[in-house]
Design a protein around this ligand. Sequence first.
Ligand code: HEM
Length: 314
Amino acid sequence: MHTLQRRSLGNIFDRFTLDTLEEPVSRIADTLLDRLGEQLRTTKEADFATTVGEEMPAATISHWLRLPESDHDLLKSLTHGQGLAQELLPSKSQLVQANEAAEGLRTYFTEVIRERRQGLGDDVLSDWIRIWDEIEPDRAVADETLYHLVMFIVIASLETTSTLLSNMVWLLDQHPGSMAWLRSHPEQVPQAVEEVLRYDPPIHLTTRVATEDTILSGFRIARDEVVHVMLGAANHDPAHHTDPDTFDILRTGSHLGFGGGIHYCIGAALARLEAIVLLKSLVRRFPTLRVTAPPVWEPRVAFRRLTALHVTER
Ligand code: HEM
């Protein structure tokens, strides 16, 4: 089922789509940075996480899926709630909250699909509806699959990218030499984004269940056993990364920030585009931006969430 669903989407962020998205993503970054600049001028301090980090992925994904701007706050709050279900050891109250959020997401996206069906157009969701109507003769089953796909993509895209965008500003603030280097070498921004994803990725852990008895790197794993894949730790494996605990924006090589294998992140190219566009603009427009206090993190390990990052200009 996973393979069928993933194939049905195709390469959603191919070169053509990314080229088309570059202009709107740049526009979104400019608008949010204007807002940041305005706040810095009037109150001398701003919260980068809420002003830019959380807004940019919501605006980008809504533009791509053609969802109204007025729904951003609702979507952000529902995805924050649903993300709790993906924690390592969610508490009962977290699961209740996640369940309520999942119900809210179901209502929201069921309605989105119903409305879109009334006027299929030249947009990505309309394309998926056409594709699933060909694959699945039962309209109710097609709609259920579409609802899952769209909801999952939105959940997977918001907090993860927000964390990358804010954490990128925090890590570069902690390494002023790297920030200074990027100001004179903006062409190395993409490499710096990769290093943020390696050094401190938004998702530290994913989970798998063994489908058969197996031996992995000398460890015996029995069928049905749960395996937690520590992506954040793997990114600091000295067998793969020289001097792994050094933040080095000139580093090359791969990392596991977007996972690996058949579940490799489907939105990696979009997340990279957002981070690159934003960081290029930021180093150009705010050369004296400084963080005033360490970021505030929610106590999560799987889907991490940075809720506040106060900045000023010095
Ligand atoms: C910095 C931002 C992002 C990070 C760090 C990230 C990370 C990941 C990781 C680690 C996985 C693998 C999960 C697993 O193996 O169980 C994954 C899967 C996925 N991601 Fe992302 N992601 C990001 C942004 C996005 C965006 C922007 C989208 C959509 C537009 C997206 C959609 C997905 C989907 C649909 C999957 C599931 C793929 C599958 O199961 O085949 N992600 N992501």
